[in-house]
Design a protein around this ligand. Structure first.
Ligand SMILES: Cc1cc2nc3c(=O)[nH]c(=O)nc-3n(C[C@H](O)[C@H](O)[C@H](O)COP(=O)(O)O)c2cc1C
Length: 151
């Protein structure tokens, strides 16, 4: 935990809007239980952890797929990605986009939850094209329009 603690000190002491921020988009396959049930457990933990480590973003899901937009300091993203990769509640995690971001697409949400079921065709097309930036824009647009289910 020592490495993590040093990140905490740094994150807490920085102006998150000016420190270097990275944007990451991944997709993974849903594993039982279905997203609506799994997210009841996942979201409270995710929101608390993300708030502490300077991560904001949105977690979308269809019946089969999770798509998550994560924005925050590099160390926080690395640490979270490692835990996400070993989380058995999803599988086949694939990073679609990652890189420096001039600013956050999503602000004020430690993790917004978005039901993408009705947008499945659009989401599938973006996934098939491997278009992480397109998926980030889609999720961020939905958050801005208030199409979220939890703060
Ligand atoms: C689809 C999905 C998205 C998740 N998103 C986050 C997240 O944004 N932040 C977070 O801290 N944990 C998230 N988690 C949970 C982590 O994988 C992990 O279980 C949690 O951080 C607790 O880690 P620990 O059990 O090692 O303490 C997510 C899990 C899944 C399946």
């Amino acid at each position: 935990m020592k490495g993590i603690e040093s990140v905490a000190t740094k994150a807490a002491g920085e102006d998150m809007t000016n420190s270097s921020i990275e944007r990451l988009v991944y997709r993974s396959r849903v594993v039982h239980p279905a997203p609506m049930t799994a997210l009841e457990d996942i979201l409270p933990v995710a929101q608390a952890w993300n708030a502490r480590w300077g991560i904001t973003g949105a977690l979308g899901y269809t019946g089969r797929t999770y798509v998550q937009l994560l924005e925050g300091p590099t160390e926080s993203l690395d640490s979270l990605l490692e835990r996400l990769r070993s989380d058995l509640r999803h599988t086949d995690l694939r990073v679609l986009a990652r890189g420096p971001a001039a600013g956050r697409l999503v602000t004020g949400w430690s993790m917004a939850r978005i039901d993408l079921t009705l947008l499945e065709a659009e989401v599938t097309a973006l996934l098939d094209a491997g278009d992480g930036e397109g998926l980030a824009a889609l999720l961020a647009g939905l958050v801005r329009r208030g199409e979220t289910e939890a703060r």
